[in-house]
Design a binder for this molecule. Structure first.
Ligand code: FNR
Length: 341
């Protein structure tokens, strides 16, 4: 399992480089320019309430890694930069540390480096309620992410495929922990139907985690010579497609998967996301440029999100839903097929 953690970082970085400059469904979300709508960026706050959680930024570092010496170092860089730019940060799945406590420090570094920040722990949906409580305790976490990754588990030879146990397990986790529970996909997306089921299971927030960015079917295929599922790459719903599909499903939404730059952040906010998660883009800056480069990058994202919000006349991230949005192309076709205006 430890080797897998290092492989994921290495391959996800190769894929992130390959994706640069490629089109995305997010390009089909056009914020209509109204030349007199703008406001002074100095009037824009980045504070946001996500189901009672007070975040100082609508951009957060999504759950990625931990559990080995290398990924512990990556977590340190991510956490220091998140602290310096006031971003919430999630850990990668802490399962490996629940099974082998000697690996806990490679996650705990997130809390040590970001002592007053908003830190989220992360477990899989197959974990017990007791494990979920231990995960929260490990990081002294302010919230818990529970990840769904059925496509990835299918492609991994060592994957756990008891998918039908996930719904009752999520309900038990929601009962057991005393922090908000966010259920997230890892890059195949959450449909409106799934988000409605999550609401009924007692989940507080859904992070749609759609296609367009890191694709664990491709990552897992690239970890081995036998690429049994090579044709399955791209499986799932794109991030903006999920936001459209789940807008009336009754849970606050977060958006992640394929977020490339601050304009994508504001596009997702305009489609109704409360906040927007970035994983591989920040990972790439952390590994290629180090701590100071990532601090600069995160501060630039904050400044640019503020600037684009001002351009569309939104005084806060929550206000972006009032922006005038056109949905085009492939995304429009999907919205029409799903009966969404
Ligand atoms: C991830 N992601 C992830 N998600 C999760 O819930 N638990 C995990 O342990 C991991 N591990 C992980 C490792 C690496 C190296 C990457 C890049 C990503 C998924 C992540 O949170 C996110 O959902 C996807 O990466 C899509 O976002 P990006 O990368 O397109 O911004």
């Amino acid at each position: 399992m430890a080797e897998r953690k290092d492989d994921h970082v290495r391959i996800a970085l190769e894929h992130e480089r390959d994706r640069r400059g490629r089109p995305s469904d997010l390009d089909d979300v056009e914020l209509v320019h109204h030349a007199l709508d703008g406001i002074d960026p100095a009037r824009v706050t980045l504070d946001i309430d996500v189901a009672g959680m007070a975040w100082r930024s609508p951009v957060y570092v999504n759950g990625m890694t931990g559990g080995t010496a290398h990924t512990g170092d990556v977590n340190r860089t991510l956490a220091i930069a998140a602290r310096e730019s006031d971003l919430p940060i999630a850990s990668g799945s802490v399962s490996i540390a629940l099974d082998d406590p000697s690996r806990a420090p490679y996650f705990r570094v997130l809390r040590d480096e970001h002592p007053h920040g908003f830190v989220l722990a992360n477990v899989g949906a197959d974990r017990s309620a007791d494990d979920a409580r231990r995960a929260v305790a490990l990081l002294d976490a302010d919230a818990l992410q529970v990840h769904l990754n059925a496509a990835q588990e299918l492609v991994m030879p060592e994957g756990s495929t008891r998918f039908d146990t996930w719904a009752p397990s999520i309900a038990a986790i929601c009962e057991a922990v005393d922090v908000p529970v966010i259920v997230k996909e890892v890059g195949a997306g959450l449909s409106g139907r799934t988000v409605a089921r999550l609401r009924d299971l007692g989940v507080d927030v859904a992070d749609v985690g759609g296609t367009g960015g890191t694709d664990f079917v491709r990552v897992e295929n690239d970890r081995r010579a036998a690429r049994d599922f090579a044709y399955l790459g791209g499986w799932g719903l794109s991030t903006p497609a999920c936001l459209l599909d789940a807008q009336d499903a009754g849970l606050p939404l977060l958006a992640s998967g394929g977020i490339r730059h601050p304009l994508d952040v504001v596009r997702a906010l305009a489609l109704g996301a409360r906040a927007v998660g970035v994983a591989s883009r920040f990972l790439a800056v952390a590994v290629e440029g180090g701590e100071q480069a990532l601090v600069d990058e995160m501060r630039l994202w904050r400044d640019h999100v503020r600037a684009i919000l001002a351009l569309v006349g939104a005084a806060s991230p929550a206000d972006a839903v009032h922006a005038d949005v056109l949905v085009r192309g492939r995304l429009r076709e999907l919205a029409e097929l799903r009966g969404i205006d």
